[in-house]
Ligand binder design. Structure first.
Ligand code: ADE
Length: 256
């Protein structure tokens, strides 16, 4: 995966991704990061990249020319026209499923805006995807671009040590992750749930799924409903199991 970022703050991008898992993946070549300074492409002799909006209004707009020329330089270098993701609160809200889809691309270009936005004409010309990271307004597109690159990287084969861990966790199947515990068995008087020490893998899986469901129901009822509607057989099986348990208990009581 080759990430290209059109930005006025390339250092912010490089520093943001150069550590931890993304840093390691850049170092070993699983992903690459090309942060392009839009300012390097302005034809303005004072290196200006912004101007007042026609029609008036607050703030300055990034001009079309430097953005377009920076974009063209990338396309010329890599000889393909990759998807161009513009980070904006007006875009579609980013989701795990989008991270998986973007991870299938060979190259991606991220366009980071600043000031009050970018001249619409260059957006129309180059942008393929308008993406928001949530319903709030940030000062620029760099943080959202880093959020996307982090989430997409995790879905690129070879980035996570164990591919399974990218799939089994929060949001890959609508459910939030179950709680986890490590040593010691008791900390500040709190014990690790008994079932996790039992060595019974089926029981552990069952407990984890129940925990995920409980959490999701409370924190994200919207996701819970989605999961429930696609997994009706789980509730039927559970109800049958509880009925069997109830009957067994009744039988035992009668035998006494
Ligand atoms: N730029 C400013 N705010 C943003 C947001 N919430 N998502 C994506 N890009 C942005």
């Amino acid at each position: 995966m080759n990430f290209h970022v059109l930005t006025l703050f390339p250092d912010m991008i490089k520093q943001g991704l150069n550590t931890s898992i993304t840093g390691r993946s850049i170092e070993n070549g699983t992903i690459s990061l090309n942060a392009v300074n839009i300012r390097d492409y302005t034809i303005n002799k004072h290196k200006k990249v912004d101007d007042y909006p026609y029609g008036g209004g607050a703030g300055m707009l990034m001009q079309a020319q430097p953005v377009y020329d920076a974009y063209k330089a990338i396309v010329q270098k890599i000889k393909t026209k990759p998807r161009v993701i513009y980070l904006t609160p007006q875009g579609k809200v980013f989701k795990q499923s989008m991270a998986k889809e973007f991870a299938l691309e060979e190259d991606l270009i991220f366009l980071c805006g600043h000031y009050e936005g970018i001249d619409e004409r260059v957006l129309e010309e180059i942008v393929t995807d308008y993406i928001s990271i949530g319903d709030y307004v940030l000062t620029g597109g760099e943080l959202p671009a880093m959020v996307l690159m982090d989430a997409i990287s995790r879905m690129v084969p070879g980035v996570l040590g164990n591919q399974e861990s990218g799939d089994s966790e929060s949001h890959s199947n609508y459910l939030l992750e179950y709680p986890q515990y490590s040593r010691p068995e008791e900390w500040m008087g709190k014990k690790v749930p008994e079932v996790l020490l039992s060595g019974d893998h089926a029981k552990v899986d069952e407990w984890r799924l129940e925990q995920s469901l409980q959490r999701t129901k409370v924190q994200r009822p919207d996701l819970y409903e989605k999961w429930a509607s696609e997994n009706e057989e789980y509730f039927i099986k559970k109800a049958k199991k509880e009925e069997r348990k109830r009957r067994n208990e009744l039988r035992k009581q009668k035998q006494k």
